[in-house]
Design a protein around this ligand. Sequence first.
Ligand SMILES: CC(C)(COP(=O)(O)OP(=O)(O)OC[C@H]1O[C@@H](n2cnc3c(N)ncnc32)[C@H](O)[C@@H]1OP(=O)(O)O)[C@@H](O)C(=O)NCCC(=O)NCCS
Length: 199
Amino acid sequence: MAKNKEGFWREAIRVTKENDPAARTALEVLLTYPGVKALAAHRLSHWLWRHNLKLLARMHSQFWRFWTQIEIHPGAEISTGVFIDHGSGLVIGETAIVESNVKLYHGVTLGGTGKDKGKRHPTVRQGALISAHSQLLGPIEIGENAKVGASAVVVTDVPANVTVVGIPAKVVRINGKKDVEKIMTIEERREASYHSSHL
Ligand SMILES: CC(C)(COP(=O)(O)OP(=O)(O)OC[C@H]1O[C@@H](n2cnc3c(N)ncnc32)[C@H](O)[C@@H]1OP(=O)(O)O)[C@@H](O)C(=O)NCCC(=O)NCCS
């Protein structure tokens, strides 16, 4: 996990204000943003998990799930500067990795397919945007600064700097541009890698 020089609370307030124009004051952020509470609670749950206090870790994370409607498994690795907006129904699985400056909205699942053992949840690289109600399933990787559209279902790796939408999610933009030829090449590669990993 990346070191946080700014301190968790200061960073949480800054990141919330940067990402949500509705956030007016530090006090408002601390009192009314469930994502901030869930991320703070996860720091303790993760500490307990790593120190082999696994039942206590799970009980702690379930307690905060009740208050925030955000379920983060204590084993998940969440970096600094992550922003969770709204959050209701957000589920983050045990082996998920979420890097710095990722944005996650309500209804998102970073889940397993039920077919994998060991590392079975997604890795979300720096700066990616994971929109409301998108479902990211399996040990896939979402590249740096990628955007996943609302309600997409993602079951294959997503390269850096692209936008994917739909079910199953397909690339529709590269660096914000609709470069049809490049998009087709990327999609052929994604399809081939999906089929080779499911033989
Ligand atoms: C995907 C998203 C992030 C935009 O990314 P972008 O790179 O700027 O993409 P664009 O807006 O240029 O859209 C690209 C294409 O995908 C389509 N598209 C965008 N979002 C989509 C979605 N969720 N589902 C299906 N298609 C979608 C667009 O219509 C466009 O289609 P076209 O190629 O036929 O023109 C945005 O549309 C989105 O889903 N935001 C949701 C954020 C969120 O969760 N907000 C909740 C706040 S409470």
